[in-house]
Design a protein around this ligand. Structure first.
Ligand SMILES: C[S@@+](CC[C@H](N)C(=O)[O-])C[C@H]1O[C@@H](n2cnc3c(N)ncnc32)[C@H](O)[C@@H]1O
Length: 187
């Protein structure tokens, strides 16, 4: 495999990079953030798609291995990294189940995310194919502030959505896929 060196430049700004769970990272943030942008994985709202097939990390396992340059233990026919298996790599934002309260776990996670973000403005991107619907997101965002703008972009289906599994799933590929960008001002 031959890779091109990306166009790197020296950034003289003061930056902080954190690679950890968002809720842990959030505890270390200063409280005076102007704007936060979130691009969580969308999971899938397709009941026919087995949840174990839609883990975000598993679709990028080759890139993970290139970056880490390690020799991971692998599993299954596709020989994926063990650390991308659905039991290990599941993000709360990809949860397809409901909690004891009867609400989708992913909606509760987005609600917690919005509530705990110490920023004046938040931009959240989400897909129409995601587990949370636009209406549910509207409701969550409006309860912690005011939605200022919603941008709806007709977007090419992402790599996970083009994976074929059953014929029913293929049928859904014909439907339009929209990427939503919600801009909100927090209370
Ligand atoms: C749609 S991708 C974001 C892509 C990014 N905007 C980019 O351009 O590269 C979603 C990302 O959220 C990360 N993620 C999922 N759950 C997370 C969590 N609980 N805390 C932090 N990051 C998480 C995934 O690892 C993945 O990199």
């Amino acid at each position: 495999m031959k890779l091109e060196v990306p166009g790197l430049w020296i950034n003289k700004n003061k930056n902080v990079v954190m690679n950890q769970d968002i809720f842990t990272a959030m505890e270390k943030l200063p409280g005076n953030i102007i704007i936060a942008y979130f691009d969580p994985p969308y999971g899938s709202n397709n009941e026919k798609m087995p949840p174990s097939r839609v883990r975000y990390a598993s679709y990028y396992h080759i890139w993970t291995t290139v970056c880490l340059n390690d020799k991971p233990e692998i599993f299954g026919k596709a020989k994926r990294r063990v650390d991308t298996s659905d039991t290990i790599a599941c993000s709360v934002f990809e949860e397809f189940r409901k909690s004891e309260t009867g609400k989708f776990i992913v909606i509760e996670a987005i609600e917690k995310l919005i509530k705990q973000t110490p920023a004046n403005y938040i931009i959240l991107s989400y897909s129409s194919g995601g587990r949370a619907t636009a209406n549910e997101l509207n409701e969550v965002l409006n309860s912690y502030g005011k939605i200022i703008e919603i941008e709806r972009i007709n977007y090419k289906k992402n790599v996970m959505a083009t994976m074929k599994w059953t014929n029913d799933w293929v049928k859904e590929l014909d439907e339009d896929n929209f990427e939503y960008l919600f801009l909100m001002e927090k209370k």
